[in-house]
Design a protein. Structure first.
Length: 320
C-alpha cells in the first residue's frame, strides 16, 4: 500500500513528511467557477512557521511516496496564528486579475487575442488560448475587473477560463483529454447529484448598438434593422450586449448561451487521493445505484485534502 506524501515550499522553507514536520493538514481547492484557486495549511508552531508572511511564494505537490504532482502554485495571502497552530491561506495568480481595472478598446479582435492582451501586463502567463468569437468593436471598462472581463468573454464564446496547476491561464472550449474512472465499490467514498429541469427554452441575443446586417467588417453601426440572434423554442431569455454588432455574432452567442442553459446536472464525487485529477479533465463514474450518477462528465472543481487523521482524499465537482 502506497503512503501519501507531499512537498510544500513557502519562501525559502521546504516541508516534507517526517516526525519533525509541522504540517498537520493540507487543503487545495481549484475551480473553473470560482475566481481564484486557493490553499489552506494547518501548521504546528515552530521557529520556521512563525516566519511565514503574506506575499511569500508558495507551491504544493501531493501524491504517494516519491511520485508527486504539482497541485498549486501561488503565494501566501493571509497568516492566522492560533493557540497551538498556524493557519496559512494562499491564492494563485488569478487573484492578481481581481485587483486590476483598465479602460481599453479593441477593433476586429478575436476574444482570445483580447484576453491575452488583457493579462499580459500583470505577468499572468497563458497556456492554451483559443480565438473564439471575433468582435468588430469591444470595450473593456473599469466598471469590471480584468478577471470579470475574461470570464464574460469566455461565456460569450462558450469557453472555460481557468488557471492550470502551473499557474497558466487557459481560455478554450472544453474538449475531453484525460478521463479518470471511478467505480462504486472500488474507489468511490461518497457522491451526490443535483438535477433541475431547464427553465429556458429559447435565447434571444440583441446588440444595443447594432451594425449593418451587411456584416462585421462594416463600420456602419446605425441601422433601422435590429441585429438579433435566436436559438430554441419556449420560455425566452433576452440578452442585450453592446459588443454584438452583427447577425452572425448574435446567432453564435445565442447558441452558446442556449447550450449552457440545457446543462442541468451537476454533482460531487469523493475518491481516494489522486493528484493527477485536474480542471478540464473528465470523470467517468460507473456502478452507482442511482443510474443518473453514471456517465462521463466534465470536471469543474477539484479539492485535494491530506491530513494525519483523514489521509489523502480528492473531491471532484462535475457537470454534464
Amino acid at each position: 500500500m502506497l503512503k501519501p506524501s507531499y512537498e510544500i515550499k513557502i519562501g525559502n522553507e521546504t516541508y516534507k513528511p517526517g516526525s519533525q514536520s509541522p504540517v498537520l493538514s493540507i487543503t487545495v481547492n481549484t475551480s473553473i467557477d470560482i475566481p481564484a484557486d486557493s490553499f489552506e495549511l494547518l501548521l504546528g508552531v515552530s521557529d520556521e512557521t512563525k516566519k511565514i508572511k503574506e506575499g511569500d511564494s508558495a507551491s504544493i505537490k501531493m501524491g504517494y511516496e516519491d511520485t508527486l504532482k504539482n497541485v498549486f502554485v501561488g503565494e501566501v495571502d493571509n497568516v492566522v496564528p492560533e493557540l497551538s497552530y498556524i493557519r496559512v491561506f494562499g491564492l494563485n495568480f488569478a487573484s492578481k486579475l481581481l485587483e486590476q481595472r483598465i479602460n481599453k478598446t479593441y477593433e476586429k479582435q478575436a476574444a482570445g487575442k483580447i484576453v491575452s492582451d488583457l493579462v499580459k501586463p500583470f505577468q499572468v502567463k497563458t497556456d492554451e488560448v483559443q480565438d473564439g468569437v471575433t468582435f468588430p468593436y469591444y470595450v473593456v471598462d473599469d466598471g469590471k475587473n480584468i478577471h470579470e472581463h475574461v470570464k464574460e468573454l469566455a461565456e460569450l464564446c462558450g469557453f472555460d477560463a481557468y488557471m492550470t496547476n502551473e499557474n497558466k491561464l487557459v481560455f478554450k472550449k472544453y474538449k475531453k483529454k484525460d478521463t479518470h474512472t471511478l467505480e462504486y465499490g472500488k474507489n468511490v467514498i461518497s457522491a451526490w447529484i443535483d438535477e433541475d429541469k431547464p427553465w429556458i427554452g429559447s435565447v434571444t441575443v440583441q446588440g444595443e448598438s447594432p451594425s449593418s446586417f451587411k456584416g462585421a467588417d462594416t463600420s456602419h453601426w446605425l441601422t433601422k434593422r435590429a441585429v438579433e440572434g435566436v436559438k430554441g423554442d419556449g420560455a425566452n431569455m433576452l440578452v442585450l450586449n453592446p459588443a454584438v454588432k452583427d447577425q452572425d455574432t448574435a446567432k453564435s452567442i445565442a447558441q452558446v448561451i442556449h447550450e449552457a442553459s440545457q446543462r442541468t446536472a451537476r454533482g460531487k464525487v469523493e475518491t481516494i487521493g489522486d493528484a493527477d485529477v485536474k480542471l478540464g479533465d473528465a470523470v467517468e463514474i460507473k456502478g452507482m445505484l442511482n443510474t443518473k450518477m453514471n456517465g462521463e462528465f466534465q470536471i469543474r472543481g477539484v479539492e485535494h485534502h491530506m491530513s494525519k487523521t483523514a489521509g489523502f482524499t480528492t473531491s471532484i465537482w462535475w457537470r454534464n
